[in-house]
Design a binder for this molecule. Structure first.
Ligand code: UD2
Ligand code: MN
Length: 560
């Protein structure tokens, strides 16, 4: 009958949601209900395979004979496309408000189930590798300020649905003094319905550092695990994180952070990036995984050391976090704390790893809703505090002009903490953790590179794209030899194409500036030379001869 069919559909949907069941048990349950519905059986394995891959929305393969349910919006991380111009005036208003309040598409989010299923991007090697036996429990701490209702609920539901219950001590929400009505009674009523969910309120707007620390103070679990308030935890995300902490309590471990598109709420794979640094602003940046970082790996399931972390999503042993003095409480509102903790972790006896078997997706947006207007300057001040405490001799490359400490307050407490913990020098961090970090102005040689005929190397305007050329030195650019032996000017690096000297994006192209003042390309064993034709000269690599045209004058950097 129609009624029993409906019940069966409901049952099937429930079953699909139960990811904690073993594959076999799930398959059995699926079989049963699929039979009741007289729909061809989808074996568990195939079912998983279909959804493992992130297909474009309309290319998603449909199993032969598989009758799909009317697709739910955004299910399996599919994009939701809504044309705002087709909405009624009332709906259109909601659409606009959502964007204004959150800088992501709240309207679309509210069309998507708070318990949607999402793709599984984990490498094959991760599956069934992390039983929850003997793992420490986590207190999950989620700070928020005026988070969108559907987004916050989806975050919380994903934590509970995708985690083995025995590994969650509690989930602590910390409200950083939100003023949107939904964050008050409705949220309290909701929190009251879930046993392990707690809600703390800051008594005034405190910023995410103080809010997180308020959560830590209340946490009962041996591991604290921070999440942003707009994430979706994926299948199996928790045990790998706790596994690292159980073995290495001095490590902070982050999941791979997949991407939730802020316009369509579609899912995207984290693409194998790790945490880097943009030294100019001392802010976090993503960087590709370099060969040296995975040289010792034996499996796709092995963790990858990361020089920094994005900051929002990580687990850490609570005792260790307290031991290293948590965060600098002088970091206000937003920003800086991720770099502070990254440097502190590495320099004070710990480290940071990314676990490819743990995936949490996060809504990345173009602008911050928290840093509008007069608040925009706060990140600069926070970063200056971090620079002042942690950069040692490299401070001079960060602060371009003489600066006044009063703009960011006293950092004396932090300096003392660093001394007490006997943390290593920033030079150590550069040498052993992050040799690739580009610090503009810190190169061994720095300035214009002058040829034997008195001209200097500069970006060419010749027909050959990217080729470097010789021009009048007054107009030429400055280059520096970095610690990595790149010849670099901001984001441009010397590179060799065929035998021609070109400039391109930096990816650790190695050159040596030799005792004999030649510019040597070790990979090809050739030297930079000037090839003179009738009216022009070009820069090419040739056999090293020591001839005049292979000699380059390049000043030593007095600040090195
Ligand atoms: C990244 C981090 C974020 C934080 C930030 C630097 C990830 C995915 N996100 O930027 O966690 O480390 O860099 O500070 O790694 N919030 C408050 N009070 C405030 C401002 C923000 O509670 O005054 C909350 C906010 O609701 C959110 C979290 O803090 O849950 C992080 O803010 P964000 O999402 O704007 O930061 P994000 O992801 O751009
Ligand atoms: Mn965020």
């Amino acid at each position: 009958s129609r009624k029993s069919k409906l019940q069966a559909v409901k049952k099937l949907q429930r079953v699909k949601g139960k990811h904690s069941q073993s594959g076999q048990a799930r398959a059995a349950l699926l079989n049963q209900t699929e039979q009741e519905l007289s729909i061809p059986i989808v074996p568990d394995l195939e079912y998983r395979e279909v959804h493992r891959v992130n297909h474009a929305p309309d290319e998603r393969p449909i199993l032969p004979g598989y009758r799909a349910y009317p697709p739910k919006m955004g299910e399996w991380g599919r994009p939701v496309h809504i044309k705002p111009e087709l909405l009624s005036a009332g709906e259109r208003e909601k659409w606009d408000m959502g964007w204004a309040d959150h800088k992501f598409n709240e309207y679309v989010s509210s069309q998507i189930s708070v318990e949607r299923d999402v793709p599984d991007y984990r490498p094959e090697e991760c599956l069934n590798k992390y039983p929850s036996r003997n793992l420490p429990k986590a207190s999950v701490i989620i700070c928020f300020y005026n988070e969108a209702w559907s987004v916050l609920l989806r975050t919380i539901h994903s934590v509970f649905r995708k985690s083995p219950p025995e590994l969650i001590s509690e989930v602590i929400l910390v409200d950083d003094f939100s003023d949107m009505p939904m964050m008050h009674e409705p949220l309290e009523d909701y929190v009251a319905t879930i046993a392990k969910l707690r809600l703390l309120r800051m008594s005034k707007r405190s910023g995410l550092v103080k809010a997180r620390l308020a959560g830590v103070k209340e946490a009962v679990g041996p591991v604290v695990l921070f999440l942003d308030s707009h994430v979706e935890c994926e299948e199996g995300w928790l045990p790998p994180l706790l596994d690292v902490i159980a073995r290495h309590p001095d490590m902070a471990v982050t999941p791979g952070i997949d991407v939730i598109d802020h316009k369509t709420f579609s899912f995207g794979d984290a693409l194998g990036n790790i945490g880097g640094l943009d030294f100019e602003g001392l802010v976090f940046s993503w960087m590709p995984i370099l060969p040296r970082m995975i040289a010792n790996r034996t499996s796709e399931a092995d963790v990858i050391a990361s020089p920094t972390m994005a900051g929002g999503l990580f687990a850490i042993d609570k005792q260790f976090f307290l031991k290293i003095g948590t965060y600098d409480p002088g970091l206000l509102l937003w920003g800086g704390e991720n770099i502070e903790l990254s440097l502190k972790m590495w320099m004070c006896g710990g480290g940071i790893v990314i676990h490819p078997c743990s995936r949490v997706a996060h809504i990345f947006r173009d602008v911050s809703p928290y840093l509008q207007g007069e608040k925009a300057g706060v990140v600069v001040k926070n970063s200056a505090r971090v620079a002042q405490v942690w950069l040692d001799d490299y401070k001079k490359f960060y602060f371009p002009v003489p600066y006044n400490e009063s703009i960011f307050g006293s950092v004396e407490q932090q300096v003392q903490l660093r001394r007490r913990l006997k943390c290593k020098h920033f030079g150590w961090y550069l040498k052993y953790v992050y040799p690739e970090l580009y610090i503009e102005g810190s190169g061994v040689f720095l300035g214009k590179i002058v040829s034997f005929n008195g001209l200097c190397i500069h970006k060419g305007h010749s027909k050959q794209k990217n080729a470097l050329a010789l021009i009048d030195c007054d107009l030429a650019m400055r280059w520096e030899l970095t610690r990595m032996n790149e010849i670099r000017s901001k984001s441009l690096c010397f590179d060799k194409m065929g035998s021609t000297l070109i400039s391109s994006k930096c990816y650790h192209q190695i050159f040596h500036y030799t005792q004999r003042k030649t510019i040597y390309h070790p990979l090809s064993g050739t030297c930079l030379d000037v090839l003179s034709a009738r009216s022009s000269q070009s820069l090419i690599f040739q056999r090293c001869t020591g001839s005049n045209s292979q000699v380059w004058v390049w000043p030593f950097n007095p600040h090195y």
